[in-house]
Design a protein around this ligand. Structure first.
Ligand code: ATP
Ligand code: MN
Length: 537
């Protein structure tokens, strides 16, 4: 067997059961991975030098094909159900062996990396990729050990990532041919049948969402984070597409990270070493930092180019709406290394309310903060189907239910303790619709959302006059520099007030219906923050 590249003297893929591979390339430099991807015909360089690839059949995560191995360790701790589908441990071993056999005779790419910028919680990860571009993703997204550290690197967790391996549900016990399976006892993750790179990062996020709260009482969070000039940390929770990555890239503030963080007794730390930004409709004017991060070393996924050129057309969503780019965090000018910050001073809950009911910004009481954290609301606009204009609600507990191996109340309890202990302002930001629902109103301008965040962070709302929204009783400031005042009161921004009242009531009902499943675990303070479904203000 051949193994080349930068690896520890003791390290060998034979330890992973891969002694029969054709060649194992260890910790290659991004330029080598890029070159190899192009030689294999799996990608090309765009005019700015970024590598563009297609992830294949899957261009997004597949939550129904995510499993956790059920065993002594996990049976009483994991929150079993649709989020954490149960996988039998003997089936896991069979599938694991079948994947190792599949990789036999092939070239593989190995990456030594780690997660958690706080050394106290660091976990070492060894990723085995079937494709060189997936290995580049692993390099970009995880934290990168030095050449010296690689010499003695010992993995805690191993990821086997084989997009070309297709499971047979009859033999393997999977739902279909693709899968992402976490084994907490063996500390092995198997990802197969899908080339979507996001599965790699989100599997480790899921692992940390178990280890940190369960063993260390550290709150793990689906949020972005940055630091102001005074050293003040802000975090931005939100579901996909609500603005975590976009809004955390702020020229006035230093970036900690764009997606996954821990909150310990010392402060906030990033789990990752890179960012994974959405590319749809990206422009240099609206999102200069992200736009400029797309260069040599960055990995573009599923994008299209203007005909006859290698210039990316960011409006091209013919392959998927979920076009993406990954790059090391340091590609954003003002990223901090190590990626840690003090205790958060401000927390933003981002929601893309396509119904246009919630105010662009409101300040939450502690009860409301807990209520909205447990609810985890956002909305999805209608797909491409003709004539369908009604958005749908999504409620995803802790703004990241899909990644929670423990029951949501575990995370809520930790957040509650932290909110009580530290003086934190909690804001709800509607990065979605104003002036009417989807189809009537429009998405609030990014520049307005940024102005609202800056005002909140610089204390501009401390002495502001606040109004109260209907049904939800949200306290919104009546004025903010750089934002038209009529937009701040959502009802006011609608031409048809009756239509607003109907929508607000309807949304309140949906909140209540969703919250019913958590009501027994909530105290009086949280329950009293539920929206009212009464017709009058
Ligand atoms: P994921 O968890 O999938 O990474 P995310 O929360 O990081 O999602 P972003 O990548 O920041 O989401 O996506 C927000 C998208 O919405 C971007 O494409 C951004 O340009 C667009 N957008 C439009 N208007 C706004 C606004 N007012 N605030 C935030 N984002 C906006
Ligand atoms: Mn993001």
């Amino acid at each position: 067997m051949n193994e080349i590249g930068n690896k520890g003297e003791q390290a060998s893929v034979a330890q992973l059961g891969l002694s029969n591979v054709d060649m194992a390339y260890w910790n290659l430099h991004p330029s080598e991975l890029i070159e190899e991807t192009i030689i294999r015909g799996e990608g090309f360089l765009t005019d700015v030098g970024a590598l563009a690839i297609d992830t294949g059949e899957f261009t997004g995560r597949s939550p129904k094909d995510k499993f956790v191995v059920y065993d002594e360790n996990t049976k009483d701790s994991v929150w079993w159900g649709d989020v954490n589908n149960r996988f039998e441990s003997d089936k896991f071993d069979i599938l694991h062996n079948r994947m190792l056999a599949y990789l036999g005779g092939k070239e593989i790419w190995v990456r030594d990396a780690y997660a958690c910028a706080d050394p106290q919680y660091r976990i070492n990860i060894r990723v085995v990729n079937e494709f060189p571009w997936s290995n580049l993703f692993s390099y970009n997204l995880f934290l990168r050990p030095t050449a010296e550290e690689i010499k003695t690197f010992a993995p805690d967790w191993t990821i086997i990532n084989a997009p070309g391996f297709k499971a047979d549900p009859k033999i393997d016990g999977t739902r279909q041919h693709n899968f992402a399976i976490i084994n907490f006892t063996k500390k092995i993750i198997l990802i197969g049948g899908t080339g979507y790179t996001g599965e790699i990062k989100k599997s480790i996020f899921t692992v940390l969402n178990y280890i940190l709260p369960h063993h260390h009482k550290v709150l793990s969070m689906h949020c972005s984070a940055n630091i102001g000039k005074e050293g003040d940390t802000a975090i931005f929770f939100g579901l996909s597409g609500t603005g975590k990555t976009t809004l955390s890239a702020d020229p006035l503030r230093k970036l900690i990270g764009d997606d996954e963080h821990g909150w310990s007794d010392k402060g906030v730390f990033n789990f990752e070493g890179g960012c994974y930004a959405k590319c749809v409709d990206l422009t240099a004017e609206k999102e200069p930092q992200i736009f400029n991060a797309i260069r040599f070393g960055s990995l573009l996924e599923n994008i299209g180019c203007y005909e006859g050129t290698t210039t990316v057309d960011y409006s091209d969503i013919s392959r998927t709406e979920n076009t993406r780019v990954s790059y090391p965090a340091q590609y954003i000018d003002n990223a901090v290394t190590p990626a840690v910050g003090d205790m958060p001073k401000n927390i933003f809950f981002l929601t893309c309310d396509a119904f246009g009911v919630l105010p662009p910004i409101s300040k939450l009481t502690t009860g409301q903060a807990m209520y909205h954290f447990i609810s985890g609301y956002t909305a999805k606009v209608a797909g491409t189907e003709m004539g369908i204009t009604e958005p749908t609600t999504t409620f995803s507990a802790c703004f990241g239910k899909a990644f929670l191996p423990l029951h949501p109340t575990k995370y809520a309890e930790l957040l509650g303790e932290k909110l009580k202990k530290h003086k934190v302002n909690v804001w709800l930001l509607n990065t979605g619709w104003v002036g009417g629902s989807y189809g009537v109103g429009s998405r609030i301008k990014l520049s307005y959302t940024r102005a609202l965040i800056t005002a909140a962070l610089t204390g501009k709302f401390d002495a502001a006059e606040f109004g109260t929204s209907r049904n939800f009783s949200l306290a919104f400031p009546k004025a903010c520099e750089g934002v038209p005042a009529e937009l701040l009161d959502p009802r006011n921004s609608w031409a048809d007030k009756n239509a607003y009242d109907d929508k607000a009531r309807n949304l309140a009902e949906q909140f209540n219906k969703n919250f019913a499943q958590y009501a027994s675990a909530a105290n009086e303070e949280i329950l009293s923050a539920a929206p009212s479904v009464e017709a009058t203000a």
